[in-house]
Design a protein around this ligand. Structure first.
Ligand SMILES: [Ca+2]
Ligand SMILES: [Ca+2]
Ligand SMILES: [Ca+2]
Length: 298
């Protein structure tokens, strides 16, 4: 009995290792809060242009408004098996069966303060879009190409719109942090995209030719009432959806992070450094070897 139970446990563990990496409805305690330059993991309530609670990103220091979660898929092939998730805390919902708007995660992958691509989520599809021909360095210069370079229908595996609960936010002390103005539970919008699709988009659409889980990037997060704009709420910024102020000056873009959400400087040293150390060790070994041979002949 014990042996069969152990075997079953091992089998379940094996199945788990081979299943989808990120559980979209997992506890926020295992997700990484995405911080902005002022270290505020928050957004203001009631600052949406459309005045819709399901488009109003909210947060405070102990209840972050924006999380990410990266999983390498449990294998050595992070570029094929990795997944990256995003979670936004909204003030409530509009009583619709599901999320009624559009969420955007904008990414700057070449550290020039201008967004290079956008990851989108609505009730039907997850998608990745090229930044259009606009400067994309401020809310007012945002352009998002209408046609996605990748899209995937939402499912129970990659998308979740649900009220914040103790199961989804075990560290929370409130489930309605904007309750003073809108007394209703906050909602989490959570979605997961394959890391390989993000890598393809970065290397295809931008001048960045190599991109992996150690690469630098910066995020903005926003909501919209329609595709191809950021017209409702900008995370970390009070209003300003039409602002000409740059993302950097607005504090609307994160400091440089990795896809894990951790500050870039804390990322383990790149593989290239390890490779260089390996080559150096090999050279030392090769230089030593002839001297040893001469001693043997003598
Ligand atoms: Ca807000
Ligand atoms: Ca609320
Ligand atoms: Ca850029």
């Amino acid at each position: 009995m014990i042996r069969s139970t152990a075997a079953l446990g091992a089998l379940l563990l094996l199945c788990n290792l081979n299943s989808a990496a990120i559980v979209v409805g997992s506890d926020s305690a295992i997700w990484t809060p995405v911080s902005y330059s002022n270290n505020v993991e928050t957004d203001y309530s009631g600052d949406t242009q459309a005045n819709s609670v399901d488009l109003d990103i909210v947060g405070n220091a102990s209840h972050p408004g924006f999380y990410t979660l990266f999983d390498n898929g449990g294998t050595t092939s992070v570029l094929t098996d990795g997944e990256v998730g995003f979670r936004l805390r909204m003030a409530g919902d509009q009583g619709q069966p599901t999320f009624g708007g559009q969420a955007w995660i904008g990414m700057d992958v070449d550290a020039d303060g201008a967004l290079d691509l956008f990851i989108g989520a609505d009730k039907d599809f997850l998608s990745i879009h090229d930044a259009g021909t606009g400067a994309n360095n401020s809310p007012s210069t945002t352009t998002i190409e209408a046609a996605p370079v990748w899209s995937q229908a939402v499912s129970q595996v990659n998308f979740l719109w649900t009220a914040v609960s103790p199961e989804l936010d075990s560290n929370a002390t409130s489930f309605d942090i904007d309750g003073a103005t809108k007394p209703e539970p906050d909602f989490f919008l959570s979605f997961v995209v394959p890391f390989s699709e993000l890598v393809d988009a970065v290397t295809t659409l931008t001048g960045v030719t190599t991109f992996d889980d150690t690469s630098p990037l910066a995020y903005i997060a926003a909501t919209a009432s329609q595709a191809n704009s950021l017209n409702s709420d900008l995370n970390g910024v009070d209003g300003q959806v039409n602002s000409t102020i740059t993302w950097t000056d607005l504090d609307g873009i994160t400091p440089t992070v990795s896809v894990t959400g951790e500050p870039y400087s804390n990322v383990p040293e790149p593989a290239t450094t390890a490779l260089a150390a390996g080559i150096l060790a090999l050279l030392i070994l090769m230089l030593r070897r002839p001297r040893k041979n001469r001693i043997v002949r003598a």
